[in-house]
Ligand binder design. Structure first.
Ligand SMILES: Nc1ncnc2c1ncn2[C@@H]1O[C@H](COP(=O)(O)OP(=O)(O)O)[C@@H](O)[C@H]1O
Ligand SMILES: [Mg+2]
Length: 347
């Protein structure tokens, strides 16, 4: 859906667009009407394509079984619209780096640092940015030394706690637990999805989000607020029941709003963001304290998603936002190109 929105809004007089669709199995396809063909499972109308992790080519290759690779098109820049595993976690960014093709959004480090909620919280704490108390447990510990896993989880804070897979999203595998038996169930469930499981203090909080745009001098949008339709912003509240609300701008006092914007920029720099990220906060009701909850380096990107809507409310319309992201990607590439890539000691 993000890709569909972007395709619709990109300025065709400025960009020549090559669409690449990726199946659930990870196969790449391209051709006329990629999106529709992929949706309807009509892959035979498309061509298998591939990008090689070899610098200097920037080619998209047509890939036919038993035939030599043929260049289908040359890519000046890639705009990945892939949420979550393999798309947002630094893996595909690694391929773009190896191919030396410019791409929109965070690099390998920024993507993976924002993806792993456990590492992300440690990074925040190390830089004095408020994040809720948490601990990372490995699934091996959960399975083999469950008593120690429970002790370490319960040492984080009194119940309720939140349990989540460290590297996932869409609230999959996230649970709010109020007792030891809930905790055990939550740990087992989260460990189905990830080797690394995060346990956090549960905060009674409002959910505030800020869009960040830029590279090394990023800017923050006005904050927005999510009113989840469920007890927390669960998978159901996000995608199924259609009753969660987005309030733009967030109805919070100006001091909290400017603090959220400042923290969003600090967060972006702290995890080495680039291009864009949506930084999500928990605003604790009892203390009015803001905690950074997570950063999404490829946030939902439809016209009605929070990330672009916050920019629209801040005076940057969707098509102009796309142009900015492309320019920022090219700026990053130029910076990379200017780096010394080989070194010889001179006398
Ligand atoms: N520590 C917490 N305290 C209170 N609510 C939380 C906490 N952690 C997560 N949540 C709730 O769970 C939702 C999903 O968790 P989040 O960390 O944002 O993961 P995801 O990447 O799946 O969005 C949040 O939007 C919020 O509603
Ligand atoms: Mg979230």
């Amino acid at each position: 859906m993000s890709a569909r929105s972007v395709l619709k809004a990109l300025d065709r007089s400025r960009y020549e667009i090559v669409t690449i669709g990726i199946t659930h199995e990870g196969r790449w396809y391209s051709g006329e009407g990629t999106l529709e063909a992929l949706e309807e499972g009509r892959l035979d109308t498309l061509e298998r394509v591939a990008l090689l992790g070899e610098p200097g080519q920037r080619n998209l290759y047509r890939w036919r079984e038993g035939a030599p690779l043929e260049v289908l098109s040359e890519l000046d820049i890639v705009f990945p619209l892939l949420h979550g595993t393999f798309g947002e976690d630094g893996t595909i960014q690694g391929l773009f780096e190896m191919a030396d093709v410019p791409y929109v959004g965070a690099g390998v480090l920024g993507s993976s640092a924002a993806m792993d909620k456990g590492l992300f919280k440690m990074l925040m704490q190390a830089q004095g940015i408020p994040a809720v108390e948490s601990v990372v447990l490995l699934s091996s510990e959960i399975h083999r030394q469950v008593d120690s896993a429970i002790d370490r989880a319960e040492a984080v804070a009194p119940y309720p706690l939140f349990v989540k897979p460290a590297n996932l999203g869409s609230s999959v595998g996230v649970s709010k637990v109020r007792s030891r038996s809930d905790l055990l169930e939550g740990l087992m469930d989260a460990a189905r999805y990830d080797r690394r499981v995060l346990v956090e203090r549960g905060v009674d909080a409002r959910e505030i989000e800020v869009s960040v745009l830029g590279n090394e001098e990023p800017e923050a949008s006005v904050p927005g607020e999510i009113i989840p339709s469920d007890e927390f912003y669960s998978y159901r509240a996000k995608y199924i029941d259609d009753r969660s609300e987005l309030l733009i701008p967030a109805p919070i006092d100006p001091k909290t709003a400017s603090q959220a914007r400042r923290l969003a920029v600090e967060t972006f720099l702290a995890f080495d963001g680039a291009g864009m990220a949506r930084v999500d906060f928990l605003l604790e009701r009892s203390t009015d304290r803001l905690y950074v909850n997570e950063a999404n380096t490829i946030p939902g990107f439809t016209k009605i998603s929070m990330y672009p809507k916050l920019w629209e409310a801040s005076g940057l319309p969707y098509p102009a936002l796309l142009d900015r992201l492309v320019d920022l990607a090219l700026e990053r590439q130029a910076q990379k190109d200017a780096l010394v890539r080989s070194y010889e000691e001179t006398a």
